[in-house]
Design a protein around this ligand. Structure first.
Ligand SMILES: NC(=O)c1ccc[n+]([C@@H]2O[C@H](COP(=O)([O-])OP(=O)(O)OC[C@H]3O[C@@H](n4cnc5c(N)ncnc54)[C@H](O)[C@@H]3O)[C@@H](O)[C@H]2O)c1
Length: 284
């Protein structure tokens, strides 16, 4: 059963806040009277986010892979927070696109360290405070790629499936504590995720450059970051245990349920149609 919760007005913590969904969350929640503690490895982007906020802000350069620094950050937030912590958004993430055959282990490990261990580190760092408060939500960003496996996304999908499993387990453990855990599954959101990805070669053998892949991604995304932030904020406050973002996320979710081993028959077809349309638009 879902239970309504309030985040607006409470302190929130957001990693990956220098760009994309994290920045949009900071903007939205700050405008809903939340003191925001924002963290990222990208100091310049973080300062830009900070400059766009009007309420109380704690800005912290942080690599989510560093468990000890995440604990130090949690201590700093506790000392600073003008209000109890309403939510911790473990949102920072990166992308790699490669076949398993061509995978560069160093790239996959980099992604797993950020996308999975970064989420675990953030959860562990802030959970004692939330449990002590007897309230608060851990909001972990998975993906639609945490619902289905996609070609050339083995590292990303495995990390996002892991986030989903970790967060679901945590939610069951937290019953009766007043604290809960939520999975977020965005579909395509128009952010810098592909531009910020590690790139070696076009995994589909179509000879695209990194820039071309980023442009193609932007053309097929269905949701803007500010809309994603609104859906996350509303979904968490509505008491949802998982938040799907965008029409594509609902389609992925439905296909994974009705055709658990055959979903890519449909998704592969839809993906190539969307790309064809994007290529035609680019050629005009
Ligand atoms: N954009 C999408 O279509 C999409 C879809 C599903 C899930 N997601 C997930 O949403 C989250 C946000 O991504 P986005 O789309 O806003 O991308 P983005 O690239 O615009 O923002 C990600 C932010 O994370 C930061 N970051 C990267 N490594 C970090 C580290 N080690 N420590 C701290 N910060 C770090 C980056 O500097 C960047 O500011 C990610 O977890 C991503 O996997 C995105």
């Amino acid at each position: 059963m879902s239970r309504r919760r309030t985040i607006s007005g409470r302190t929130v913590v957001i990693t990956g806040a220098a760009s994309g969904i994290g920045r949009a969350l900071a903007q939205r929640l700050s405008s809903h009277s939340c003191p925001v503690a924002i963290a990222d490895v990208d100091e310049t982007g973080l300062k830009e986010t900070e400059a766009g906020l009007s309420g109380p802000v704690l800005t912290r350069v942080l690599d989510v892979r560093d468990a000890e620094d995440q604990r130090a950050f949690a201590g700093e937030v506790r000392a600073w927070a003008p209000q109890p912590i309403g939510a911790v958004f473990n949102n920072a993430g990166v992308a790699v696109s490669s076949s398993v055959l061509d995978a560069v282990p160093e790239d996959d490990n980099w992604l797993w360290d950020i996308n999975f261990h970064g989420v675990v580190n953030g959860t562990r760092a802030f959970l004692p405070t939330l449990v002590e408060q007897g309230e608060g939500v851990v909001v972990n960003t998975s993906s639609v790629f945490g619902l289905v496996g996609m070609p050339n996304q083995s590292a990303y999908c495995s990390a996002k499936f892991a986030v989903r499993g970790f967060t679901d387990s945590l939610r069951q453990e937290l019953r009766g504590t007043g604290v809960t855990a939520v999975n977020v599954h965005p579909g395509g959101i128009n952010t810098n995720i592909v531009r910020n990805a590690r790139f070696r070669k076009d995994p589909e053998g179509r000879g695209r450059t990194h820039d071309q892949m980023a442009e193609e991604f932007a053309a097929i995304t269905m949701t803007q970051p500010d809309k994603a932030a609104e859906i996350i904020h509303r979904g968490v406050e509505a008491g949802k245990a998982r938040v799907l973002i965008g029409p594509d996320a609902y389609a992925f979710d439905m296909l994974a349920r009705i055709a658990p081993t055959r979903y890519y028959d449909v998704l592969g077809w839809a993906q190539s149609r969307l790309r064809g349309r994007a290529e035609a638009q680019a050629a005009r």
